[in-house]
Design a protein around this ligand. Structure first.
Ligand SMILES: Cc1cc2nc3c(=O)[nH]c(=O)nc-3n(C[C@H](O)[C@H](O)[C@H](O)COP(=O)(O)O)c2cc1C
Length: 194
């Protein structure tokens, strides 16, 4: 697919098939993240790939319990086709049962930590889409660990204390039968030319 077409095609996927992501596809998605730009070329982001469904479910539920999104209204919503936790109060897992959850750990007190994660995530989401893998960016990654079980997992994963969970990237195949989501219309007036 041509690059601009791929960018237009990628959409946040929150309804996943139970099937695990193919290992070759995962490797390519990770490689796309590793080759993303990073501030000062420091390559400080760590990608913690978890395919343990029980761990992902527990962390996703902790994250949901720690989230208080402003809920959707008839005119303001995140997605009707792929509802988020702000659209559907019945969703109890903020990771939407994705079979693969990648937590991005970044150095604390590094000015460009969030930007480094976002650059890597976009590379990975585009690579995923090109391979037929659905993805969703999840912000405020630390809230999934803000509980004794989350802290236990950080210890088990041997995450350095000077790193924090900046975000998660969910990966999985879109649920069979779902239509690929359509993007919201683009808002006018966002390009300023001088
Ligand atoms: C910084 C950032 C944080 C996000 N956090 C969440 C999140 O916590 N939960 C979620 O379901 N989607 C999250 N998203 C996905 C957005 O909701 C999604 O990108 C947006 O609705 C536009 O849809 P699209 O990606 O299909 O274009 C996040 C996206 C970004 C860029």
């Amino acid at each position: 697919m041509e690059l601009l077409e791929l960018m237009k095609h990628r959409r946040a996927i929150r309804r996943f098939d139970a099937r695990q992501v193919d290992e070759d596809a995962l490797q390519k998605i990770l490689e796309a993240g590793l080759y993303a730009p990073s501030a000062g070329g420091r390559q400080g982001v760590l990608f913690a790939v978890c395919q343990d469904r029980e761990v992902n479910e527990r962390l996703g539920k902790i994250k949901r319990a720690n989230s208080n999104p402003s809920m959707a209204t008839a005119t303001r919503y995140v997605s009707r086709e792929q509802p988020s936790i702000a659209d559907d109060a019945n969703l109890v897992n903020a990771f939407y049962d994705a079979p693969t959850v990648i937590t991005f750990f970044a150095p604390k007190n590094f000015l460009f930590a969030a930007e480094d994660c976002a650059c890597a995530a976009e590379n990975m989401m585009l690579m995923a889409d090109a391979l037929g893998v659905g993805s969703c960016y999840i912000g405020q990654g630390w809230t999934a660990f803000a509980d004794p079980y989350g802290q236990e997992i950080l210890k088990k994963w041997a995450i350095r204390p000077d790193y924090y969970a900046a975000m998660q990237l969910l990966l999985g195949y879109p649920r069979e039968g779902d239509a690929h989501p359509t993007p919201k219309p683009r808002k006018d007036g966002r390009v300023l030319r001088f």
